[in-house]
Design a binder for this molecule. Sequence first.
Ligand code: A2P
Length: 321
Amino acid sequence: SKINLIFANGEKMPAVGLGTWRAPDAEVEAALNAALEAGYRHIDCAPVYGNEKVIGKVFKEWISSEKLKRSDLFICTKLPPFGNRASDVEKCLKKSLADLELEYLDLFLIHVPFAVPYTEGPLLKDDNGDLLLSDTDHVETWKELERFQSAGLIKHIGISNFNERQIQRLLDNCVVKPEVLQVEMHVYLQQKELVAFCKANNILITAYSPLGSKGYDKVLAASGVVRELPNLLENSVIVEVANRIGKSPAQVLLRYLLELGVSVIPKSTNAGRLRSNIDLFDFSLSASDKDAIAALDANVRVVDFKFFAGIHKHPEFPFNA
Ligand code: A2P
């Protein structure tokens, strides 16, 4: 498996990036500093994670002190659901660039296929307390991403949490094809069909929640949803392989995905864990171990968006299925 995935124009996306979802301001500054020290160059951000200003401050420190050049970094952020329409792309993109203290992004993704009304405060709800949704036309939004790519504000453009039908519609109606799909992907949700579809269409994949997003149950609990999550890190097959080859369960989970040819963005705010999560290039998995891990695929989706009340009524729910 390779250290970089390669775009059609030859530019690179580092195969291992740092996830920043559920990395609160109080932790993300130290975590990002530790990650950059450990060699992370690909950082995955989003305005809805609520931490872009702190992240931007760290980027600025590293670049202005010349510890890193801007071109050493590969920075992704996303068009939020409250900006998911053509008329809001420019202001959302410029807000993220300002918060991240950057002149351009390496990758800009439409975060989710659904849209909610624009707001700078809490998301709006309907009379039942459900999240208020609004219509959106992905093709019209995409044209704005193309426009800002031409203008040099974004190097690469893509989508996240889109399904095959939604991606096909962009392929059929747009000038620039989506270059990256970011979706939930891990050993319990191996996304075989979507991976084949993306490969056939030259779309690179980034796997989010590659470790199973331990802690997502707390996000749900904060919205009153009780759910027990699968624990990939304690799966007996994973633990057995890890012990036998002298690696951690997380390293086995991540290495398996790298060997499928996708990029991974494990989140950690712990310096030791984030160092080990990028230390994946001095070992490989045997064919029989890969077969055993392939058999763990169980169509188990962790990120169900149910922290948004009523989201299951959306016609495209569950997203990226
Ligand atoms: P922490 O930030 O305390 O390290 P995912 O990337 O799939 O969303 O998973 C992130 C979760 O997994 C976080 O709760 C993170 O906690 C934890 N995590 C990250 N790296 C490791 C690791 N190497 N071993 C165990 N848990 C990890």
